[in-house]
Design a protein around this ligand. Structure first.
Ligand code: SAJ
Length: 426
């Protein structure tokens, strides 16, 4: 079986490599010559656990090859970005361009699968582009069973840092434009997925993906809202959440400095944009999570202004713990805004960064390690709950002013917490 994967990013490349390992011949297509050259030399352009070894192996065996140029295949998997524009409207132009890319080589019997997170109706829009460019092929339509091409939507649902494991083990939801399309796509996924593969319609599968990430966003917003309420009432929100979670039917997530990454902070907008009248809770959750970042920045600034002679250690830049992914990270945004405001006083502690991230080129911030920070900084702003920060014992933090947005240094003596300092400020 010949498979073409269009888009060799965080999802496309691991997917292409796993399909290649399962025995198919895979051609990876990307618009970047740098990406294509990197992969063909057996290397990777993105960081993901175990991906480098896997890609090196399948490229060496000749089962994965990258190219700028599409070739005829049996199955086409599209994994290109679907960003939102300034006004939070989804941009599906990369998906439609991918359809234009594959149209010339499409042949009867082929299967086309979209994996990109997409607004409801995108798979049908992709079908319409293919139909326009290939009037000689019969495209599927809901309610009309037999067609030359099978078209399906199958969202990825993997967690960065666990992509290779989750691509195989997670259940997959496979939505066909017709049930026949879904069955064709199903037999493709069965080749490398161990999780359950469940078929549905393309529109339902598109919605499932958006709903999963909106569910998480709404639940994080609930925790973030609680953190403000508890803070004002002088109560430890993490203690409240952990006690409430002892109820058999309560499972509250954790508050933090905002929601990062490239999915949870984006996908809910697809739902809001399609139906603003009804998507009230989903929109409010987005707003709560966005405003939490500003709130943290304000509280951090208050603490810093209380101690004008101390240097400031910002702990963590990644968008979540124990990974080296800084994309759309609220921690990075807060540290950057502090660095612009407080200049040389700001020190960044990020064990997952090998050099100062380029965003800080316009600041005087410096990357230091945790031990240096403990020796030289008086103010600590905890932004990411990396394990290495959790393991700093209380006696090493004694005498520090701490604002902990992740609840990992809650044993810090009261007089040294942000709350106590802010009370002093007034
Ligand atoms: N976060 C909190 N509190 C929590 C949990 C998370 O503040 O209790 C924050 C994190 O710090 C981070 C952000 O949310 O900034 C997102 O992190 P995450 O671990 O919740 O999710 P992602 O973005 O790494 O991956 C999500 C996953 N979706 C769900 O869990 C529903 C993943 O399964 C999806 O495949 C992925 O989005 C995607 O690609 O859509």
């Amino acid at each position: 079986q010949q498979v073409a994967v269009i888009g060799l990013g965080y999802i496309g490349l691991p997917t292409a490599a796993l399909i290649a390992r399962s025995g198919a011949k895979v051609l990876g297509i990307d618009v970047s010559a740098h990406v294509v050259d990197t992969i063909n030399s057996g290397k990777v352009h993105i960081e993901e656990v175990d991906l480098d070894g896997l890609v090196q192996g399948v490229v060496a065996r000749g089962t994965l090859r990258a190219s700028l140029q599409i070739e005829p295949s049996d199955v086409f998997v599209i994994a290109v970005p679907t960003p939102v524009s300034e006004d939070n409207a989804p941009d599906i132009s990369y998906v439609l361009n991918a359809a234009r890319t594959i149209a010339p080589v499409l042949a009867a019997g082929n299967v086309v699968i979209l994996e990109s997170t997409s607004p409801v109706g995108t798979t049908e829009a992709m079908r319409d582009v293919l139909a326009e460019l290939r009037p000689d092929l019969k495209m599927p339509h809901a309610g009309n069973g037999v067609a030359d091409i099978a078209i399906a939507y199958c969202p990825e649902r993997v967690l960065p840092g666990r992509i290779l494991v989750e691509l195989i083990d997670n259940d997959r939801c496979i939505g066909g434009i017709t049930p026949r399309c879904a069955r064709k796509a199903l037999s493709f996924y069965r080749g490398f997925v161990r999780g359950a593969c469940i078929t549905t319609s393309a529109r339902a599968a598109e919605m499932v993906k958006l709903v999963e990430n909106s569910f998480r966003d709404v639940n994080i917003a609930f925790a973030n809202e609680l953190s403000l309420i508890a803070d004002k009432a002088g109560i430890d929100v993490w203690e409240v959440i952990s006690l409430a979670n002892r109820h058999p039917r309560v499972n509250i997530l954790q508050p933090g400095p905002g929601v990062g990454g490239h999915c949870i902070a984006v996908d809910p907008w697809f739902i809001v944009h399609a139906d603003p009248e009804n998507a009230k809770l989903i929109r409010t959750a987005r707003e709560v999570n966005l405003s939490k970042t500003d709130h943290v920045l304000g509280r951090a600034s208050d603490l810093i202004d209380t101690f004008p002679d101390d240097d400031i250690a910002c702990l963590g830049l990644a968008f979540k713990p124990n990974i080296d992914d800084f994309r759309e990270s609220p921690a990075l945004e807060i540290a950057h805004r502090l660095a612009r405001r407080y200049g040389r006083r700001v020190k960044l502690v990020e064990p997952y960064a090998s050099a100062l991230p380029m965003e800080f080129a316009d600041t005087h911030a410096e990357l230091i390690d945790i031990d240096t920070a403990i020796e030289s900084c008086g103010i600590f702003i905890v932004l990411v709950d990396h394990d290495v920060f959790k393991s700093v014992p209380l006696d090493e933090r004694t005498g520090k002013a701490v604002y902990d947005t992740r609840g990992i240094w809650r044993d810090q003596p009261e007089r040294l917490t942000a709350k106590a300092m802010l009370r002093r400020v007034g």
